[in-house]
Design a protein around this ligand. Structure first.
Ligand SMILES: [Zn+2]
Length: 229
């Protein structure tokens, strides 16, 4: 397994101290950029996973995603480019597809032990995918990635179905319009969140669809958000 060396600046995102150096590579907690070292000294180590320490829990990750989790990603139309862009990686020991990895939080789709679909650890971050001016609250990361492909919408994965006070205060400062698009069985939560956002003078509505946002194409997503029939 690799060892952590130090935190340093990241050229890709401009962060001063988010890029962690390991004996065999680099991982940026800011922009999820991942690199393996190419010098001969660490050549033997390059095939080893990078051991990222989050909340004193070590997650050993590699960037080669096996067929089953890769097929799962592709079934939602996630591209190789997006896998790279968002630093989606594989934890071979736990058999978890790591969808997001920050300094004190990670979340992944479980392909290993137990019935739990998603596994995570740490404090949920406020992650915003995309640059659109209208924010859409969704449950999961893949749904957020799909929405971020549109021009006018950005998405925040709740990583569950509730909106934390911390995230709420951040988004109501930044967005005037915030939609809530959760699973059909969370309709009650959606309405609660929408009403709360409206109490801060945010323009808000709930969106109810039979399937998760991550299932829909870019054009479908735009049509649904803009209520085009
Ligand atoms: Zn970075």
């Amino acid at each position: 397994m690799s060892k952590f060396i130090k935190l340093g600046p990241c050229e890709a995102c401009g962060s001063k101290d988010n890029r962690a150096e390991y004996t065999n590579g680099f991982w940026c907690f800011g922009c999820s950029k991942y690199e393996t070292k190419k010098d001969t000294k660490s050549l033997r180590e390059r095939i080893n996973p990078i051991s990222v320490n989050i909340n004193s829990q070590v997650l050993n990750i590699v960037h080669e995603i096996p067929v089953t989790p890769l097929k799962w990603l592709l079934s939602y139309g996630i591209t190789q480019k997006e896998i790279k862009k968002y630093g989606i990686s594989w934890a071979p020991q736990e058999k978890i597809l790591v969808l997001c990895m920050k300094k004190d939080y990670w979340q992944g789709r479980n392909f290993g032990y137990g019935n739990q679909k998603y596994k995570s650890n740490g404090n949920k971050p406020s992650l915003i995918y995309g640059k659109g001016k209208t924010l859409v609250l969704v449950e999961d990361i893949l749904s957020a990635i799909k929405i971020s492909r549109t021009e006018n919408y950005a998405a925040l994965p709740l990583l569950g179905s509730s909106l934390s006070k911390d995230t709420e205060s951040k988004i109501i400062k930044r967005y005037k319009t915030i939609y809530v698009w959760l699973d059909r069985d969370k309709a009650k939560n959606s309405i609660l969140i929408k009403n709360r956002l409206r109490s801060f003078d945010i323009i808000s509505k709930t969106i109810l669809t039979t399937l998760d946002p991550k299932v829909y194409s870019k054009q479908n997503i735009i049509n649904i958000l803009e209520e085009k029939k």
